[in-house]
Design a protein around this ligand. Structure first.
Ligand code: SAM
Length: 209
């Protein structure tokens, strides 16, 4: 049976081309996770902003912005202190330059995506408390992975997520017990969250109410 063979192949070709396009950006996001972000940004239901917590040099930002831009949809609010936060102080670029912002902006310019991104150079909790851009339809959480911090990101930002909107949580894996603890808590909260899928290291939930 041919079935969806040709559309499956077209999606695979698209995935490979995007992964090649973003391959030079240093970061931790795998291509499966990236393609999930791309498709949610491009095709996810609902109206509202797209917000990313934790951009680093823009790998996940690029997947999100490319998806949203392809559909002529919302810009991506990229929230990051850009100094590595508490987890990444030992990275060469932080030790030598103190920030990834210039690398982030160069990468986004080179890819032709900077016009679809609004950088928010701020601590995530402060940015959430000052958020004035209305409902959020897609939230990607990849900032500080320690439990109190990631739980705070989830609690403060998901207040703005619309019913039917998506939250993608990165790194719910053994190496990050804080994120894993949060993931298990959301999974158990079936009155408010419906688990959608795992792709690479990301877990995606849809807000019920
Ligand atoms: C794992 S990296 C993000 C990786 C990125 N999503 C990618 O695809 O490569 C975590 C980022 O979160 C940022 N960060 C850590 N704690 C933060 C906080 N409290 N507020 C804002 N950004 C924070 C760091 O500066 C760092 O750039």
């Amino acid at each position: 049976m041919v079935g969806n063979l040709f559309s499956d192949v077209a999606n695979t070709v698209e995935f490979v081309q995007l992964a090649q396009r973003f391959a030079s950006i240093e970061g931790w996001l795998g291509p499966a996770d990236g393609y999930l972000l791309y498709r949610l940004a491009r095709d996810g239901e609902g109206a509202g902003a797209i917000v990313e917590i934790g951009s680093w040099m823009g790998l996940s930002t690029a997947w999100l912005a490319a998806g949203s831009k392809a559909a002529g949809r919302e810009t991506v609010h990229a929230v990051d202190v850009f100094d590595g936060g508490p987890m990444l102080k030992d990275q060469d670029i932080i030790r030598t330059e103190g920030t990834t912002y210039h690398r982030f902006s160069e990468n986004m310019e080179t890819l032709g995506l900077f016009d679809h991104i609004e950088p928010v150079v701020a601590e995530s909790a402060a940015a959430a408390r000052q958020w004035t851009k209305g409902p959020i339809r897609l939230l990607f959480i990849d900032g500080d992975h320690r439990y109190p911090a990631v739980k705070q990101d989830f609690d403060l930002w998901t207040r703005h997520v619309v019913a039917g909107g998506y939250v993608v949580l990165d790194d719910a894996i053994d190496a990050y017990p804080g994120v894993l603890q949060l993931y298990r808590g959301i999974l158990a909260d079936t009155a408010h969250w419906q688990h959608q899928c795992r792709a690479g290291h990301t877990e995606t939930f849809r807000k019920i109410a």
